[in-house]
Design a protein around this ligand. Structure first.
Ligand SMILES: C[S@@+](CC[C@H](N)C(=O)[O-])C[C@H]1O[C@@H](n2cnc3c(N)ncnc32)[C@H](O)[C@@H]1O
Length: 351
């Protein structure tokens, strides 16, 4: 496909009398094709001729101008005055998706002038038809703590660390109201203005691009929903890559305690390959300015992890939350949150 495309472009460089296609049509087609390429592929193809170099440059600029690929109400731009990376590359999904769909997630168009519209879609994803069981029959929301679910005499309850005891209820598929309903605050995507800035030590960081009043919904943590087995095997790979210093994993483990507190459900959300801009929220040892809540829409089996402003947030302030408490497993990645109570080490989850 790429070879055929290159041949067509070379034809376009030949004398006008030999051209088969109008240049503008070829330019439009090449822009459409190039928008599916990864940054590395784009860089390689941009070296082949000046036309492709120019098209690659404009695609890069458009990518940097909106991380959300027009999925959200406002563009969410990248700004980098630290190094040469114009943007971070990942598949954008505004809500959580089953990991089984990740095999279709190889590519997503990003950066052509015609692909920037609200009806952008994630190729191959059935966001509304989330499956909870993977190909091997394993459920994507099980807890594997040894004592979880035991009702033994005088037991202390579920030994899981942290987690949520309360789940916020919202209207959902089984309600007759529409998206305008006041009880669907977290279902309309990201409605506030955000931007992504590059920090020399923390990497990409999510910032407010407007004042955000305390209590306002900011975004949900969207990503691939993994089984615990998948989460563990990905975590191993991520740990190795992260120890090299040039990789930022975004795998979050969320626990929902049952009312009895004797058992919990565990959700593994991985925004590393596919996610939304929540994947750029950095950790702060002082708890930051975002609080988290599990929100379950009526009729939906799985809850969603949502971020709300825990205090008034000024325009240009970084958005942060606490990744959790420091545990033994912590690989000692250095924390640069800058808060007065910084412990110096990033918390990391036991997967
Ligand atoms: C979910 S990602 C956050 C976005 C990330 N900064 C990026 O560039 O994609 C988590 C990673 O960000 C970095 N990070 C987050 N908070 C940090 C902090 N307080 N100090 C240093 N690095 C941090 C670590 O590399 C961590 O593994």
């Amino acid at each position: 496909m790429k070879n055929l495309f290159l041949r067509r472009m070379q034809q376009n460089q030949s004398p006008p009398s030999k051209r088969n296609h109008s240049p503008s049509l070829l330019l439009q087609c090449s822009e459409l094709v190039l928008s599916w390429l990864t940054p590395q592929e784009l860089a390689t193809i941009s070296l082949t001729c000046s036309t492709l170099h120019t098209i690659s440059k404009s695609i890069t600029l458009r990518r940097a101008s909106d991380a959300s690929r027009a999925f959200e109400s406002h563009p969410i731009p990248f700004h980098n005055s630290v190094d040469e990376h114009p943007y971070a590359y990942f598949i954008y999904t505004p809500s959580q998706i089953p990991s089984s769909s990740s095999q279709f997630l190889g590519r997503q168009s990003w950066g052509s002038s015609s692909s920037a519209h609200k009806s952008n879609s994630v190729a191959g994803l059935g966001v509304q038809t989330l499956r909870f069981v993977d190909e091997s029959g394993e459920c994507a929301c099980g807890c594997e703590c040894e004592a979880c679910g035991e009702e033994g005499d005088g037991g202390d309850g579920c030994p899981c660390f942290g987690g949520f005891n309360d789940v916020v209820a919202e209207c959902g598929p089984s309600c007759e109201c529409g998206l305008d309903c006041g009880n669907r605050l977290t279902q309309r995507g990201i409605e506030i203005k955000l931007k992504i800035l590059r920090d020399g030590r923390k990497g990409w960081s999510l910032y407010a691009d407007q004042f955000i009043p305390k209590g306002r919904f900011v975004c949900e943590y969207a990503g691939e929903l993994l089984t615990t087995k998948e989460a563990r095997s990905r975590q191993q790979i991520y740990d190795e890559l992260a120890s090299g210093g040039h990789f930022s994993p975004a795998l979050l483990v969320v626990r929902e305690h049952m009312p009895s507190r004797k058992a919990c459900l565990r959700y593994n959300i991985d925004a590393t390959r596919a996610g939304n801009v929540s994947r750029f929220i950095n950790h702060s040892c002082d708890g930051g300015n975002l609080s988290t809540a599990l929100v379950r829409s009526s009729g939906a089996l799985l809850p969603r992890l949502c971020f709300f402003a825990s205090k008034d947030i000024k325009e240009d302030e970084e958005l942060t939350f606490s990744y959790g408490e420091i545990r033994e497993r912590s690989k000692g990645l250095q924390c640069f949150c800058g808060s007065s109570c910084c412990l110096g080490i990033l918390p990391s989850e036991q997967t």
